[in-house]
Ligand binder design. Structure first.
Ligand code: SAM
Length: 224
């Protein structure tokens, strides 16, 4: 059974798409897609030997070796034209690494669907998409334990993003789900805490103070 985060990623995959899961580790997502017959082919890409072995183990355990190919490769280099990949998933990594993988693999695309789940630097990922002829089609924010995970689904297209869009996520900002509001409430109280510490230290003139104050105002103005 998948974690809520990976289950949400899986649900966003286009039905019957040929999927590449880049940085797959255990290949749980690929296995679930095949076992649920949501997909008939998945490619698993891994840059590291240990995780690749985890993936191969899962695939063999579920008897999916005919439908799931596992390759040792850096990023989108795992994808070959004959795979006819339609959906690329990159989940559970930092946003800057996702951006790097997408930039390095630009000759491989465009793909019908990108499903990205950056653990950090979500704004950088959104900016990359808008600068590289993708538009954000769907977004989700999922709570799992103490963590909240953002999932961004992009499709080929043009999109101008405002600062609020790339900071908060255009679809997330529209929907303002309880999990989204909880995230920004927390960000807001963290910022307020640091601000009051800086005030006590009489550092209200510092660049840090000014920037945090701006961030706090922006959150209040756009989200709440
Ligand atoms: N995608 C799975 C998930 O969301 O649960 C696993 C995430 S795991 C934290 C990140 C995986 O990405 C690791 O197994 C790591 O080896 C792999 N990875 C990191 N950089 C990579 C790259 N450039 N190309 C392929 N895989 C990469």
């Amino acid at each position: 059974k998948l974690s809520p985060r990976l289950a949400a990623v899986k649900d966003l995959v286009n039905d019957q798409a040929r999927v590449a899961d880049i940085g797959s580790d255990h290949a749980y997502l690929a296995a679930a897609l095949l076992l649920e017959k949501k997909s008939e082919f998945a490619l698993v890409g891994e840059v590291a030997q240990g995780p690749l072995e985890n993936a191969i183990h899962t695939v063999a355990h579920y008897g999916l070796s005919d439908q799931v190919t596992c390759r040792l490769a850096d990023g989108l280099a795992a994808i070959e034209p004959a795979d006819r990949i339609e959906t690329v998933v990159i989940a559970g990594m930092g946003g800057l690494l996702i951006e790097k993988i997408l930039t390095a693999g630009q000759d491989k695309g465009p793909f019908n669907q990108l499903i990205l789940q950056p653990n950090t630097d979500q704004a950088a990922v959104r900016l990359w998409l808008s600068k590289n002829s993708y538009r954000i089609d769907q977004e989700e924010i999922v709570q799992e334990g103490h963590h909240r995970y953002e999932i961004i689904v992009a499709v080929p297209g043009q999109q101008e993003l405002t600062r609020a869009d790339w900071t908060f996520g255009p679809k997330l900002l529209q929907a303002k789900s309880p999990v989204f509001l909880a995230k920004w409430k927390q960000e807001r109280s963290r910022a307020a805490e640091v601000l009051s510490r800086l005030e006590n230290a009489q550092q209200t003139g510092s660049e840090k103070y000014v920037n945090l104050q701006k961030k706090l105002n922006f959150i209040n103005q756009e989200v709440f």
